[in-house]
Design a protein around this ligand. Structure first.
Ligand SMILES: [Mn+2]
Length: 337
């Protein structure tokens, strides 16, 4: 296998704008020792912007330049390039790879990468089912993976040594959750959420209420968004649609960056995840909680509702109270249309 040595070299890093490309770029970022001047997510066959500095190398992973004028290209796509091109220094193409990640790992001589990570990316890049098969990306995904413009994101080299560590972080960077069903059974995952975070699953009629404990903040934002929310969004949204079950989520957690408590409320009757949270009147769950607790500030993200609480004992107790109010309201009100 050809080794590619980028140690200490200035590069522009071009990478395919999909999961395989993003992780290939992450490996270059963390393990090559290159000084990356610019990150450029691109589609295949795109003309590259003119070079401003001849000393900066143009490195492509999982994709190619339209003019085939790369300085380095590590790729598993072949589009009829001629022998002279394929023999050029810095060009490594291996079409036997299901993903580019394993090729990049070999070219850079990375040994401490969990084979399960490579296998999962192989599956996702070749259309097979696997832990990452249902990941959806958006324009921010690569910035989170490469920690561009974000403070708390990005991978560390050691994350690649463990599939569990890696996939937990990775799932936070996705628009949609990981395929928990390929990791463990649904029942086993539920039990884990109860054991680890004290999450209760309450069934009443065709209602399923998932709520955090009434007396302790049992998880951080990161734990909620990486371990709890993906499971809920994916499995239970599907279950709601399939079985006609109304699923509500009422969870209090600690937001580390803002140092505040957050009450997260979402519901998915008839696939309208945000409906019961936002509407006025009968189903305005957050409105009810705010009225009773006297908390007026409102946070949250698109598609869900939330209330934020300052970090002190009194406000923390109001967060618990809000969880209790909403859970009790849901349990007692079975006549909603
Ligand atoms: Mn690929």
């Amino acid at each position: 296998m050809t080794r590619i040595d980028l140690q200490g070299k200035k590069i522009r890093l071009f990478f395919h704008s999909d999961l395989d490309g993003y992780i290939s770029a992450s490996l270059v970022q963390l393990f090559s020792g290159a000084i990356i001047m610019q990150y450029l997510p691109v589609g295949p066959q795109m003309p590259k912007p003119p070079k401003q500095d001849p000393d900066v190398l143009d490195v492509f992973v999982d994709t190619m330049s339209k003019g085939r004028d790369e300085d380095v290209r590590i790729d598993h796509h072949y589009t009829g390039e001629d022998d002279a091109y394929l023999k050029r220094d810095g060009i490594v193409i291996d079409t036997n790879r299901k993903s580019c990640v394993s090729l990049v790992a070999e070219c850079l001589g990375i040994s401490a990468i969990d084979p399960k990570i490579v296998a999962a990316l192989d599956a996702s890049d070749s259309g097979q089912t696997g832990p990452f098969a249902k990941f959806k990306t958006n324009q921010e995904t690569w910035k989170k993976i490469l920690n561009i413009g974000y403070d708390e994101y990005g991978f560390e080299p050691e994350d690649y040594a463990s599939f569990e560590v890696f996939s937990k972080k990775f799932s936070q960077y996705m628009e949609k959750g990981f395929d928990a069903g390929t990791l463990v059974s649904q029942e086993a995952y539920k039990a884990t959420l109860t054991r680890k975070f004290g999450i209760e699953f309450v069934t009443k009629g065709n209602l399923l209420i998932i709520h955090s404990p009434f007396d302790q903040i049992s998880m951080t934002d990161s734990e909620f968004y990486s371990e709890v929310n993906p499971y809920i969004k994916q499995y239970l949204n599907e279950k709601a649609k399939r079985d006609g079950v109304e699923v509500y989520v009422v969870v209090a957690f600690f937001n580390r960056s803002e140092k505040k408590y957050v009450l997260f409320v979402a519901g998915s009757p008839h696939n309208r995840w945000q409906y019961p949270v936002y509407v006025d009147g009968e189903n305005d769950l957050l409105g009810k909680a705010k009225k009773v607790t006297g908390v007026t500030n409102m946070g949250g993200r698109e598609g869900v509702g939330g209330i934020t609480f300052e970090r002190n004992d009194e406000q923390r107790d109001l967060a618990f109270k809000s969880v209790i109010i909403i859970v009790n309201f849901l349990k007692n009100d079975l006549n909603r249309s």
